[in-house]
Ligand binder design. Structure first.
Ligand SMILES: Nc1ncnc2c1ncn2[C@@H]1O[C@H](COP(=O)(O)OP(=O)(O)O)[C@@H](O)[C@H]1O
Ligand SMILES: [Mg+2]
Length: 246
């Protein structure tokens, strides 16, 4: 039984057919690269799996059961976490506040309930250390580098113990060292039997950490192959359309 199974997913925005009949299976412990040119539908597919909006048609199954996500919290309850392409952080809040956004820890003193900042700062610090990031829990996101912001968005997915982590271009616009950290994290997620869908334009990243690669072109899946059975040249051809499908 697959961890995630998409069956005939379509999505239309008015006259725009962003996705057309996408089938995709992801197994526990597997990393799947999702590639395609700008506008191919990658982010739309990630957002459907993460519960941002429902598909126009098609089915989503988690561990064999049909799910209907109406909002991101529904997907989160099913064990799905996402790092959005734009990271979706609140610039005016601290790193720790962003990590715990919507999941704040509270403590009770008598009849009163307070935000437990101490425990949140501490846990956020542990998560950044795990990611080998120099991000400090009390720093404002507004003042952070691209790599630190990335660490905040990824730390947020580590708060729960998700079954599937979706990453939309996590290595765009960060330094070489930070890319290595993100790829390391994906390796560690796989080792602990978590599944990852990695949206990326970076062929070396996909070939390093993914077991499979799926290619979208104009809203349709044109290939779904094991990394060992394909090559960067073939995937490039599939992305551009030089190769029709494979
Ligand atoms: N909220 C939206 N409203 C209207 N059109 C959208 C919306 N989101 C995405 N699209 C369109 O859907 C198509 C796929 O977009 P997207 O999923 O962002 O592609 P990718 O992430 O592969 O670059 C594009 O034509 C885009 O303009
Ligand atoms: Mg996108």
């Amino acid at each position: 039984m697959s961890l995630l199974e998409l069956d005939g997913i379509t999505k239309s925005f008015g006259a725009i057919h962003a996705l057309q009949g996408i089938d995709l299976k992801v197994q526990a412990g597997e990393a799947v690269g999702l590639m395609g040119d700008n506008g191919a539908g990658k982010s739309t597919l990630m957002k459907i799996i993460a519960g941002n909006f429902p598909p126009t048609s098609g089915r989503i199954r988690i561990e064999g059961s049909d799910v209907h996500f109406h909002k991101p919290i529904d997907a989160r309850r099913s064990g799905i976490e996402i790092v959005y392409q734009d990271l979706a952080l609140c610039d005016n809040l601290t790193a720790a506040a962003n990590v715990f956004l919507g999941r704040e820890r509270r403590k009770r003193i008598g009849p009163f309930s307070y935000l437990d900042h101490k425990s949140m700062f501490q846990r956020a610090g542990e998560l950044f250390a795990e990611l080998k990031s120099e991000t400090r829990p009390r720093d404002l996101v507004r003042q952070m580098s691209g790599g630190q912001r990335q660490a905040v968005a990824i730390a947020r997915t580590r708060l729960s113990d998700p079954k599937l982590v979706l990453m939309d271009e996590p290595t765009a616009a960060i330094s070489v060292r930070q890319v290595a950290e993100v790829l390391n994290l994906i390796h560690r997620l796989k080792e602990t039997n978590h599944a990852v869908i990695l949206v990326s334009h970076r062929m070396p990243d996909v070939f390093e950490v993914c077991d499979r690669v799926a290619v979208l072109r104009r809203g349709a899946k044109v290939a779904d192959k094991y990394i060992k059975d394909t090559s960067p040249e073939e995937v490039t051809g599939l992305i551009t359309g030089a190769i029709e499908s494979a």
